[in-house]
Design a protein around this ligand. Sequence first.
Ligand code: AMP
Ligand code: MG
Length: 400
Amino acid sequence: METRSAAQEGQSGTASSPAAASAPVAGAAHVGEADLARAVRMLQAGGVIGLPTETVYGLAANAADAGAVASIYRIKGRPADHPLIVHVASAEAAARWAVWSPQAQQLAGAFWPGPLTLVLPRRPEAPPFASAGQDTIALRVSSHPVFAQLMQALAPVGITGLAAPSANRFGRISPSRAAHVRSGLGEAVPLVLDGGPSAVGVESTIVDLSRGQPVLLRPGGISLQALSDCLGVPVRAADTQATAEADAPRVPGALPSHYAPSVPVRLLPASAVQALYREWAREADAQGVGAEEGSPGRSFWSEAGMQALAGEPAGFGTPPALPVSLQPGQPVALWTLQPPPERAGAFWRRQPADAATAARHLYDTLHQLDALGVQAILVEMPPDTPEWRAVRDRLTRAAA
Ligand code: AMP
Ligand code: MG
């Protein structure tokens, strides 16, 4: 893995950050011919590969091959009743898998290729293996250049759809870099095409067009408003509106507990973060931590260098008023807007103030904080506004 990550890009607020070199650049990523040919051979033989998309990395297999699709479920440990999204090269290709409609055409015209998945009635002759028993099918055209490269190379061998859920074990943090796939799935996925860090960073927006009013099954990079504006009718959010039983989505966008690190994630409102910092500053003063000449201070992740400074891992307790209890003396990790007090003894990553940047950094940050051996990851909950919907959704599931 690179020593400097794109996750730092934009975090220090300095335009000259060396991390800018590894920032996702649309159109810049391509894989070599040898890797591409190997990917085609493996998919043709019913194998599974890791694949970059602009949302997250996918675990891809030929959607028309029952055995290959079964391998995805086995490798992920995904429940058999949880359907997979089929990735196709174009709207024309999608119309061969699903019963196409004017609404599908409107959304595809506006947002494909891009981070939008459409749920549509499946054509009776289309392979059913990704649908997990549903008579619907979820389709997307990714905008990642490596995806386009691969679909073009697959056309001559007759593969027109790739089932590709996120390339992580079921319920765990989604991968936004090739290295996350390798560390999460290892030998089970011998080929991971590396297309750089995912530019969007959270899973696609899913809209169900298979019955009546369009329903947002999963929030993502495309807002409810943008969808409604495009269609000229309101799109209903499955998670917030009271829906009649008959009308409720048949397949939820994601399960309540999902995207989770191995250590607990705790969400704190901004006011609670401030209260926690005040308490830590008070305790540090009371104990004189780091105040003595030459004292090593506490372990702390510097924003600039992402290096653990020398010192005892620490972590003070929590004020009783907070909705989280911490073991004193054991480190915690923080993803918050402001740094903790100097001597608090916590690992800290700055949470971007902008929702799109935060989405792009979300999973990489959770992967990094999860690897620190902390007792908990404390996350400042972003505001309840439309642009933060997808990040709040993923954080809520990571904390569930
Ligand atoms: P992912 O976990 O990114 O592969 O996305 C899976 C989600 O896509 C599911 O939880 C559903 O919300 C949606 N989905 C996939 N296939 C279907 C389908 N055939 N019918 C309805 N929803 C689907
Ligand atoms: Mg997933």
